[in-house]
Design a protein around this ligand. Sequence first.
Ligand code: TRP
Length: 334
Amino acid sequence: MFGEQKVSFSGVQPSGNLTIGNYLGAIRNFSEYSEKYKTFYCVVDQHAITVRQVPADLRRRTYETLALYMACGLDPNKNTLYVQSMVHEHAELAWILNCFTMFGELSRMTQFKDKSARHADNINAGLFTYPTLMAADILLYQTDVVPVGIDQKQHVELCRDIAERFNQLYPGTFTVPEPIMAKHGMKIMSLAEPTKKMSKSDENANAVVYILDDRDTIIRKFKRAVTDSGSEIRYDVNEKPGVSNLMTIYSCFTGKSIEEIEREFDGRGYGDFKLAVGEATADALAPVQADFRAYMSDKAGLEAQMKKGTEEASWYACRTLSKVAKKLGFVQVR
Ligand code: TRP
């Protein structure tokens, strides 16, 4: 809560490879929040360097991410869109919060355990303290709600614990945030292994549909999607995870209900259905892709947005950080 305003904050990794899972599960619902909340969307380039990055790629993806979010419907006049490293208060508050976060708490984070297994040659301290930087992101804006996927819920819960601990020592410092999860379409599964979540880092390229995939690629990927034994188009996550996942995707992109879809494809085969899902997906993504290209071709325009977002975010971040500094006993002579 900032004054009278309720705040929503979310961080997005600088990756141009957003999947339809990211789109349907999160981004597409983001614009609804700007009606109810003061909303911040931050491209978290500082989180990205916990694993090795090629500088030119990181830079390009930072632009792409901003362009893609705008193409997905985030209006920069209704939402504060900015880049984490441009607002130095994030890193400063992260240091402070490190001193209020326990080694044991960070050791229990499943993402840390997974990532350190995957990057065994680079288990750096940043990977370990990743959640305190994330807590700083959130707490700087006196955030009420954090729209995230289920995989980030544990980090938001840790953020709450840190905020509560800090508030106990220094009352009235932070708003304690709540994670919120999208109601439907939250979990889009892999097209190759439909019991696994669709993940942008999946090694099997056919398992994942990206927002920026071209029409032919999208249709081909859906054609190859794993379906289940039998031939009926029926929603049953346990018996028919593959078909059910395709039905969810089709429902999200067309707005048709599961019952309507069952009726539409009654007596028709998997082939027909998969083609329809591919076409519906490609149709729905075409305008997003066109907008993305338009934004990317105007680099100065994107930079102007970044600058505006940074100025807005800095105002809030600075207020919270100086409140924290005062509470802690840091001398501030400006
Ligand atoms: N860790 C999040 C992810 O990997 C990204 C993120 C960083 C974030 N800071 C955040 C999400 C603050 C919500 C709030 O997806």
